[in-house]
Design a protein around this ligand. Structure first.
Ligand SMILES: Cc1ncc(COP(=O)(O)O)c(C=O)c1O
Length: 372
């Protein structure tokens, strides 16, 4: 039996960068400076430049980055926040953590991102913010949401946790609206060696407030102008991410090439993911849609037998998660989210996916298509 294909090939990535990573971590060890310091500043500047905004604030994870952002924006009890019904659970957790009410909004099937018309129908005078999610690396309708939010006088906070490096109309994901947040979870397009996240914004005051809140609301030495939390990103993680950043443009290119190989081989046999005109995906996931859940199970079993793992991102609409029951939320009709949850299946993809592994995925998928 051949080795199983890794769903995300972190081992190949680590082999490629191990020397540089060790050197960078060693530099921090020698310095003894683990909290704050030059590596944190350097990473924030480098990512602000990459995204194209003046301010970036490093945080302990993508989830706390969103939490701090909502706190800093003054969103809380009595406020509503629009979120897609099809996304990772963290998107809504931060809304609940500040005591605001999430409003679940439908997505469009083609890009898996929030449907602007559905968001418009979900509006109320309590809505203070909208969180479009650039899911699987594909930018949400960022410019359209930006214009609409500006017009409505509500905040647009993009969930860019899966979309570092993606763009729309030449502008990077992370640079639209009032602010955005991303994640450095190891399997993300720009993954670190553990948890991490970042807030991006053009708004200097908002950035300053996030910066204060991540460090206990400190406004002077042992002076807490407001109560915050501890949500800092440590210097070892920042040093590792600065190394990861060196090869990031090349990795985006590799992901793009892997997605093109999938499209060329599978496009005629499956509903493959499409990239909107003028957009570029960072291909955090390569997600097919199969006609129904039964077929999907058969497809997944067939690939698994050939050593090819698949993942269902995501098996149920967010509003049906058990942890949400008994919580206060508002649901608008989400038939597309309901349907898509039964259809989606993600294939292995990562910057370092090996050619021989990808060929095995393609052969296994085509074999199933031939027999189905
Ligand atoms: C869409 C989305 N939002 C938020 C998060 C939360 O990021 P983190 O895992 O860094 O807390 C993730 C990643 O896991 C995500 O995929």
């Amino acid at each position: 039996m051949e080795h199983p294909v890794p769903f995300v090939d972190l081992q190949s990535l680590l082999r490629r960068q191990m020397g540089e990573l060790r050197e960078a971590l060693d530099e921090v060890l020698q310095s003894g400076r683990f909290i704050g310091g030059p590596k944190v500043d350097e990473l924030e500047q480098a990512l602000a430049d990459l995204v194209g905004v003046p301010h970036a604030v490093a945080c302990a994870s993508g989830t706390v980055a969103e939490h701090l952002l909502l706190m800093a924006a003054g969103i809380g009890p009595g406020d509503e926040v629009l979120v897609p019904d099809f996304t990772f659970a963290a998107t809504v957790e931060a809304v609940l953590l500040v005591g605001a009410t999430p409003v679940f909004v439908d997505i469009e099937a083609e890009t898996f991102s929030m449907d602007l018309a559905a968001a418009q129908r979900a509006m109320s005078d309590k809505v203070k913010a909208v969180v479009p999610v650039s899911l699987f690396g594909h930018p949400a309708h960022l410019a359209a949401f930006e214009a609409w939010c500006e017009n409505e006088g509500i905040l647009m906070l993009e969930d860019a946790c899966q979309s570092m490096g993606a763009s729309e109309g030449g502008r990077r994901s992370g640079s639209f609206g009032n602010a955005a947040f991303t994640s450095f979870y190891p399997a993300k397009p720009l993954g670190g060696l553990g948890d991490g996240g970042m807030v991006f914004t053009r708004d200097g005051e908002l950035a300053e407030r996030v910066r204060r809140l991540r460090h206990h609301g400190e406004t002077g030495h042992h002076l807490h102008g407001e109560m915050g939390t501890n949500a800092r990103l440590n210097a070892l993680q920042c040093a590792a991410l600065l190394v990861r950043l060196r090869s990031f443009p090349q990795e985006l290119q590799w992901r793009q090439e892997a997605a093109e190989r999938y499209e060329a081989a599978l496009g005629g046999h499956f509903v493959t993911p499409k990239v909107r005109e003028g957009a570029a995906s960072s291909w955090a996931q390569y997600t097919l849609r199969l006609p129904d859940a039964q077929q999907r199970d058969a497809f997944r079993d067939s690939l698994q037998q050939r050593g090819v793992p698949t993942v269902v991102h995501y098996p149920r609409p967010l509003h049906t998660q058990p942890g949400l029951q008994g919580r206060s939320y508002r649901l608008t009709p989400t038939p597309v989210s309901e349907r898509v949850c039964g259809e989606v299946v993600s294939l292995p993809i990562s910057a370092d996916i090996q050619g021989s592994d990808q060929r095995r995925v393609i052969e296994a998928a085509l074999e199933w298509a031939g027999s189905a």
